[in-house]
Write a protein that binds this ligand. Sequence first.
Ligand code: ADP
Ligand code: MG
Length: 394
Amino acid sequence: MVNKAVHDELLKKFQAHFGREPEVIAYAPGRIEVLGNHTDYNEGFVFSAAINVGTFFAAAKRDDTTCRLVAGDLMKEVTFDCTGIMPSSEDIWQNYVKGTFAGLTEARPATHGFDGMFFGNVPLGSGLSSSAALEMSTGLALARLYGIEADTVTLARIGQKAEHLYAGCKCGLLDQITSLAGEAGRLVKTDFRSVTYETVPMGEEACFLMCNTHAKHALVDGAYNRLRESCEQAAAHFARVLRHPVQALRDVSMTEWAIYRAGLPTEVADRAAHPIGENERVLRGAELLANGDTAGFGALMFDSHESSRVLFGNSCEELDAVVDAAKKIPGVLGARLSGGGFGGSVVVLVHPRDAETAAAALANTYAARFGSPCDVSVITPAAGARSWHLGVRS
Ligand code: ADP
Ligand code: MG
């Protein structure tokens, strides 16, 4: 089992805190975004992967309507009533759980509460999507506990709605879909217009390093939402000037952008060029991977970061420093920021035989510049989320 030590620790903590065993457990991993940045809400394409760290959520039914929820790493408990679920301004981690529970029980309100505890090893706010890992482990565990049927896309949408309405971040569906759909050794390629996905082999000539800069991640404040508004403004412009239908930036090519960008404020035009270029890179990247051209795929990752830095404005000094350092390290094939941006992590594509030396070189170069090293770990594309009754693994 992936992360067995975390699983065992959660069971121990649950038993010690609630004085009983949980009935169900679910596990949901974090994710890396490999190519296709801010394309999900522009109805475009993304390459991503579920990773080998994640969150476990254990739960058992209660006879009354109380929900007791414990964040297992903080050992902090909140209580709420299942008949009146509301977001809270304190202990904001509860909102991801409450929002997911509210979404799951919207059609058939719960008549009894639960004892629940979650515990995981996804670093928070560092671009690996601990929030989706929390939502999807919550969603799978509570769906199983309450006997609610929810397929992958439905569950992903419930998690997304929880982020929108309970955590204040207008994220797309990427994090939730990837957490649910990941497979060991494979990348997830998702089309966010049809919300359909497939997995493709990554090839044995490559693995990933994740470099967590610990620079501040600003997704829950306004920055992410403002970028999204720029994309929407640009899409409305292209819908007016292009002859073919434009529902989202997915429908605009770089050629069309270059011809019609003049009708937009410069900054909005630049912002729009990023997801448009990213969509084209993902489609090209799929061809390269199918032909076994991992180096070509890596070059697209460098282009992606440049586009974030210059056009989208969602990079920062720390992320740029890691990508610049990566370019100079032998064996590194590509590097780019992963996730929303404004800090967090860089994903590096590297030949497995060079992974350890590249990791050390990146940490040292970063430390020489910023005083302390970034955390670098080798990331394996891993299996997606699942749930099971205690003692009956499915
Ligand atoms: P990311 O998803 O990139 O990690 P977010 O800002 O979207 O960053 O989500 C991080 C937030 O999710 C944390 O601030 C916390 O509220 C919540 N969270 C996720 N996992 C946990 C956990 N295991 N324990 C406590 N809070 C968690
Ligand atoms: Mg998040």
